[in-house]
Write a protein that binds this ligand. Sequence first.
Ligand code: UDP
Length: 381
Amino acid sequence: MALGLDHASRRPEGMTDRALNLVLVSTPVGQLGSGRGGGVELTLASLVKGLVQRGHRLHLVAPEGSCSPVADGRVTLHPVPGVDQPSWQHADRNAPMQIPGNAVLPRLWDHALDLASDVDALINFGYDWLPLWLTRHVDARIFHLVSMGSVSAVMDQAVADLARWDQRRLAFHTRRQADDFALVEPPEVVGNGFDLSRYDLQLSMDGPLGWAGRVAPEKGLEDAAAVAALLGERLRVWGLVEDHDYAKRVESAVPAGTIEWCGFKPTAELQRELGGCRALLNTPKWNEAYGNVVVEALACGVPVIAYDRGGPGEIIQDGETGWLVPPDDREALAEATVRVAAIDRQACRRWVERCASQEGLAARVEAWIRRGLTPADGTIS
Ligand code: UDP
C-alpha cells in the first residue's frame, strides 16, 4: 500500500504557504544519538531535515547530550538536563504513570511551553502521558506523533481522551498502529521518512541473513535465530542490546556461531553492512508501530521476510518487496526465506523512494499541522 502518500498533497481551503515556527520535543527516554530512543531518533532527524528543507524554523527541545541532526541556522537546539523517563514498552500494561525525581520529561515541557508564545505549534515525539494530558489545558497548540501502539492502559486512555477533544492533534505511523486506540475519526497516518541519500542500493544476492533492532523480547530475535539455525546459516544482528539476559537466552538456544553480534552502528555503517545481506528477517512480537529497520533494509535493496503483524505487515508488499508470513510461524518464515531470490532488489528501493522519503514525510507532517491549526469547523479532516 502507498502509506500516507495521498496526504502530502491535500491542503485545506485557504491554507497559506507561510513558513512555520515549530517546537519539536524529543523523547525523554535517551539523548538523540544514544540509540536508547529507538526509531524515534531517526524519525526526528528526518523530520528536522525535511522541515528545514521546506523553509520552516525549528526549536528542538531534547535531553542534554543530544546532537542536532543538522547544523543549520534555522534549527535551535535546546538541551534540557534531567533523568531519563522509564520506557513504557517494558512496564506492565496496568502500571501507573511514573515521573522520577529530577525527571527530564516535565523539564522538556517547561522549556517547550516557555517557547510556545513565539511559535505556531509544538510537536511531541515522546510516548508519554504528561504531554497528552497537557494538550487540553494550555493555549499552546500541541500535536503528537504517536510512536508506539498500545502498551499501557494509562496511555490508551490519554490518547482516547485527546482524540475525543480534538483528534486532529494526533498522527500515527501506520493504520495498524492507530487501530490499537479508541479514536473517533479515521486516523491521520503519516508513515515515516528517510534521507535516501544516506542509503546505497546494493544488488548482490548472495550475502548472509540479517536482523536489526533493539535486542529486547518484543522484537522476537529468537525466532529469526531459530530460522537461521534451521537453514544452517549465520544471522548477522545489528542493534542496541537493551536486555542482556534475553540476548544470552537467544544465543544459547541456537548452535554456537549462528548469531554474529555486530553491535549498534551509526547509519552510514549500518546501511553499508545491512545492504550486503540477502534478506532481513523481521520478527516482531508486538504491534510494531512502524519498523524503521524494515524500510532502511529496503532502501539498500534488501528484501524483508517478516511476520504479518503491525507496521512491517503494512509496509512490506508481499511478493514485491519481501514475503509476509503468519505471525509466530517459524517454519513459514524459513520457507519464505528460501524463496527470497524471487524478489527484485531494485523494486525494494523504488518502494522506499515512492512511499517513505524524508521529503514526503515532511510534506505530510506539514499538511497535518496546517490542517490542525485551522479553526475547527465541526469536522475532522
Ligand atoms: N539502529 C541503528 N544502528 C543499529 C541498529 C539500529 O542506528 O546498529 C536504529 C535504526 O536506524 C532504527 C532504530 O535503531 O531507526 C530502530 O527503530 P525501529 O523502528 O526498527 O524499532 P524501535 O526501536 O523504535 O522499536
